[in-house]
Design a protein around this ligand. Structure first.
Ligand SMILES: [Zn+2]
Ligand SMILES: [Zn+2]
Length: 263
């Protein structure tokens, strides 16, 4: 499986991804925003795009659909519940579906609500698993719930699905927010040495060169995956005394998300 990350260089800091079969060159584009940019990269790499996958219905993940379809005749795939809003979806996805790309790539569909009600992540299994997680899990952060989402659902997705994937899983999110999110983690947990090191690295590189993290690293530097950490909980209590001395993980997650909204 070949993965080409494409930095959109826009204020929202989107990433697109081309996922291609090394044998046939067939490719799936994840969350096209700038169609011409995606098509140019595919051409340069010798890939032929045959499918489009929208992780969810927000325009910054779907605006390139029309341009890519017009140029390639690709099929559009999206969560069955988001298909109506996106429009012109050829295949509505449900949990457990498998998307094949060429001869060698198989991507499992995870139903991952929270950022929106109808959001999918794609999981490539194998020796070096990969997760295309849209606006659900970010590097060192979690998606917001402002536009059709629910923080309780996002918590369930994190705990019951994403956190259970192998630590070696590479994380390919829909946006580049690494430095800002690491600063948030460090504000919750000033003693987190891994987060401090990662922040220094993140600040030293351009966004298009941002490091690809693994889920194992995320568990060390992402506050939304560190819900039992005593320092995280103690600092959160200073801000939200009502959560008590032993808040459950769900409460910690929801309050972290609330705090991040205004941070
Ligand atoms: Zn979104
Ligand atoms: Zn987005």
């Amino acid at each position: 499986m070949l993965i080409e990350r494409i930095w959109a260089a826009n204020p929202l800091r989107n990433f697109h991804y081309l996922v291609a079969c090394a044998q046939t060159g067939e490719a799936l584009i994840v969350d096209p925003l700038d169609a011409s940019q995606c098509l140019a990269v595919a051409r340069a790499r010798g890939f032929s795009i045959t499918q489009i996958l929208n992780t969810h219905e927000h325009r910054d993940h779907t605006d390139g659909n029309g341009g890519v379809v017009a140029a390639t005749g690709s099929k559009v795939l999206a969560h069955a519940g988001a298909a109506g809003v996106i429009g012109s979806v050829d295949r509505g996805l449900v949990r457990g579906d498998v998307i094949k790309v060429g001869r060698t790539v198989e991507l499992e569909v995870l139903d991952t609500p929270g950022h929106t009600r109808s959001h999918v992540c794609l999981l490539a299994h194998g020796d070096s698993p990969a997760l295309f997680c849209g606006d659900t899990l970010f590097n060192a952060g979690a998606g917001n719930c402002h536009n059709g989402g629910d923080p309780g659902l996002l918590y369930e997705t994190f705990v019951n699905q994403l956190a259970r994937l192998p630590d070696s899983t590479r994380v390919f999110p829909g946006h580049e927010y690494m430095a800002r999110n690491l600063a948030f983690t460090l504000d919750r947990e000033p003693g987190n040495v891994d987060a401090a090191k990662a922040l220094a690295t993140a600040k030293a590189v351009k966004p298009e060169d941002a490091r690809v993290t693994t889920l194992g690293e995320e568990k060390r530097v992402n506050a939304f995956l560190r819900l039992q950490n005593p320092e995280v909980v103690a600092r959160l209590r200073e801000r939200f005394p009502e959560i008590g001395e032993k808040p459950d993980a769900r409460t910690v997650f929801v309050k972290l998300r609330e705090l991040r909204n205004s941070w």
